[in-house]
Design a protein. Structure first.
Length: 94
């Protein structure tokens, strides 16, 4: 795993988490919470794609395809983890 790809995934995860928090206001954890959960989800999402062989980051090459895959994996991972954590928090608050 290339460190540059990991950084791209973490940043994309933070953006994905904040975007999901803005779109799903009832699941939002606030800006800081959305960012933290998004960063974690971005790292996990990118790693899962790499393990499945769909991430370009595992080859060590940093071409446009690897960057797009890192952004997509990180952003989606951040958004999904935020939705899951937000739903759990909402369910526990009842």
């Amino acid at each position: 795993m290339d460190i540059t790809a990991l950084i791209i995934q973490l940043i994309a995860g933070a953006i994905g988490g904040n975007t999901a928090g803005a779109a799903l206001k009832n699941l939002s954890l606030g800006t800081a919470g959305n960012s933290i959960v998004g960063i974690l989800g971005g790292g996990l999402g990118g790693q899962i794609l790499a393990m499945l062989g769909m991430g370009g980051a595992d080859t060590g090459a940093l071409d446009i395809g690897a960057i797009v895959q890192s952004v997509a994996g990180g952003g989606v991972g951040g958004a999904v983890l935020l939705a899951v954590i937000g739903a759990i928090k909402k369910a526990m608050g009842r």
